[in-house]
Ligand binder design. Sequence first.
Ligand SMILES: Nc1ncnc2c1ncn2[C@@H]1O[C@H](COP(=O)(O)OP(=O)(O)OP(=O)(O)O)[C@@H](O)[C@H]1O
Ligand SMILES: [Mg+2]
Length: 458
Amino acid sequence: MPSEDVSFKVTPRQRAFLSASEREVLFGGAAGGGKSFGQLIDAFLYALRYPKSKQLILRRTYPELEKSLIRVSRTIYPGSVYTYNGSSHVGYFKNGSLIDFGYSASEADVFQYQSAEYDVIRFDELTHFTEFQYVYMLSRLRGVNGYPKQIKSSTNPGGIGHAWVKERFIDPSPPDTPFVGEDGGSRIFLPAKIDDNPFLVRADPEYRERLLALPEEQKRALLFGDWNLLEGRFFREFRYDLHTVDPFPIPAHWRKYRTLDYGLDRLACLWAALDPDGNVWIYREVCRSDLIISDAARAILSAEGAGETVYATLSPPDLFARSQESGRSRALLFAEHGVRLTKTENDRETGWLAVKELLKQEGDRPPRCRIFRTCTELIRCLSSIECDPARPGDVRSEPHRLTHAPDALRGFAIYYARPNPIEERVRGRRWTPDQWEDYENADRAGRDYLLRRYGRPE
Ligand SMILES: Nc1ncnc2c1ncn2[C@@H]1O[C@H](COP(=O)(O)OP(=O)(O)OP(=O)(O)O)[C@@H](O)[C@H]1O
Ligand SMILES: [Mg+2]
């Protein structure tokens, strides 16, 4: 060991973590596998080896950080080389290296690191963070000292970040096998099991028994470090093999809809085609950020093929609210740029149930709704979005990025689920276009009123 009065024994898995040189490393798996301890030893060795180096260790909240990493580091880092400043949460080494102990509870908390630079950033319990927080912190990894720059994380499966962490580290490559991520950087996943940590097994032989007594899914995650969890996912019925298909040309006579969710932060527009049996095929998506309405309308229109006729563009009711300043609605602005919107309903729970109805699969029948594999954002969001713990019938609104494409699908599903909306529209010979427009722009109560007033279209 680099210091004369300190020696650590490490487990073989911790050794693998210490020597991993990939740009992004994930030490992940069973609870008690020695992951957090591994982080602290690794941080210590790095600090001594690279004088004046800067590292950041992150947990999601400060109390978690204080109770785990700060406390343990103070007991294992020798006072001869290390002092901890409790008010700034910084650990200083004699050779000028430092470790910042930080937290990032909300997505915006990462901006406190806006002007910081680190050689190594360590996330403990990575699945408690969102992908945005992680990717933002990647940009803080820099400096001119020539030291190796790494982001090293440790975690159990489960948690709000389960899906993106799995996608980033677990799915692309077998364990212990380095691979190159889509950004060109190297990555590796190092699994940890509880039997890999003889220190804990020896000190607390009943720990394993306690994990064995957990409910099945938690047991699989925490005892075996199994990443194939459904727990917490809102659309448990969604299966890639069942609900996605390779693209095929949509026949011209199938009725086509657009359905969108719009905010400046994200436009999500999906195209849905109805086949003659009433099956729904989501055949295109445009999901982009930071588009003003004219650009959003252009992005939508330019995604379409020549001669493609879209029957209606469904949108949530809030786009019809008039702005207090201009007296105009966003729907009007969309219409001015060539995309006329049709209002759907925003009863969230009913809408999600309608989506579930579309995804439901019974017996040998394929599900009613299938999605072209090219709609990667919708597929990713449906397979990752989680339940809101406070409202069981609703999805969790964080990470917010995951909600837009499912919200657009929800708008379509609630429209589709309405009693015979299509027939009403097709058979409506008696209503004038103005009457139809009133109807389209009305909410559910307004529509009931108009149906009574104008009479049902025959
Ligand atoms: N190399 C080691 N030497 C001595 N004790 C160790 C070592 N590695 C781990 N331990 C001890 O084993 C226990 C579990 O380790 P640690 O907290 O690092 O596990 P973990 O994988 O982070 O667990 P969790 O999943 O609960 O966060 C702790 O009490 C820790 O101090
Ligand atoms: Mg830990």
